[in-house]
Design a binder for this molecule. Structure first.
Ligand code: APR
Length: 257
């Protein structure tokens, strides 16, 4: 469905009405919200997992083969950090609108699975980074933390002065979710009366359990995604078959009209 058809107009108006009348609005985002900032999603056409085997981000594999994982992680960061000849990626309209709604007191919390830092860059502060972030890296032996920059990861396998292996502070497969992030996400899911799902396939747990938890506790689920996800037939009340940036641009206009 294109972005400007009578069908999408009425869906957007219905979504704007739900958002306007919500008393505890939350958002749950995945890689799709950053696609229009130039960051590929993990799954689907052109996804990261078409280029890399997910095992490079498995914790046991990383410990055993850091010389294989780190080049792929550095490659991923050139997209986020703009190292080399690429400019750093910037938040798009979807990130900006969510941050503005938080400042206006309309949005209580954004839960993101993303580690690209774009919600924080857009100004979101009530933000749950469910899969951690890539601002720092921590030594697996002594716990020393360093900022994660193109400079600090220039060695093929970044190691601490104690000899330990540095690991970026985002969550690897096989690694637990930071306790505070889990707590904050569950708190939001138990209190929200309207959750906007944007740009997520809904297939990676335990993150993927958050929207169903909100649904079970009475939340209305609005979903923004150009194609249906695992959530669409199961928990979505209002599906907007749209890309994130134009959808949020139109919703913002409807809510200020
Ligand atoms: N706007 C909105 N959604 C989009 C857009 C767009 N412009 N482009 C793609 N999408 C949708 C896709 O249709 C897909 O449903 O975004 C979703 C991206 O899905 P995934 O790549 O699976 O990303 P995500 O759901 O965030 O993955 C969850 O998997 O690999 C792990 O830790 C990684 O956090 C990630 C987790």
């Amino acid at each position: 469905m294109s972005e400007n058809t009578p069908g999408t107009d009425s869906l957007l108006r219905a979504a704007a009405k739900l958002i306007a009348s919500s008393r505890y609005l939350t958002a749950f985002s995945g890689a799709g919200i950053s696609v229009e900032s130039g960051i590929p999603p993990f799954r689907g056409p052109g996804g990261v997992w078409e280029k890399y085997d997910p095992e490079i981000l498995d914790l046991d594999y990383f410990r055993a083969h850091p010389e294989k994982s780190w080049p792929a992680i550095r490659d991923l960061f050139t997209v986020f950090l703009g190292t080399g000849d690429r400019p750093p990626v910037r938040p798009n309209r979807a990130h900006d609108v969510l941050a503005a709604w938080e400042r206006q007191g309309r949005l209580k919390c954004t839960i993101t699975q993303n580690i690209d830092g774009l919600h924080a860059a857009a100004g979101s502060r009530s933000l749950v980074e469910f899969h951690g972030h890539c601002r720092t890296m921590t030594c697996l032996d002594c716990g020393r933390q360093l900022p994660l920059t193109a400079e600090t990861v220039r060695d093929p396998v970044p190691r601490c002065s104690c000899g330990g292996l540095f690991k970026p502070d985002f969550v690897f497969f096989g690694e637990g979710i930071p306790a505070a992030a889990m707590e904050d996400a569950e708190h939001a899911a138990l209190h929200t009366d309207c959750m906007i799902l944007v740009g997520t396939s809904g297939v990676v747990y335990p993150a993927a359990a958050i929207p169903p938890l909100a649904k079970r506790h009475g939340a209305t689920i609005i979903e923004i995604n150009p194609v249906p996800s695992d959530y669409t037939p199961r928990i979505t009340d209002l599906f907007l078959p749209l890309k994130a940036a134009p959808a949020f641009d139109r919703l913002a206009a409807l809510l200020t009209a």
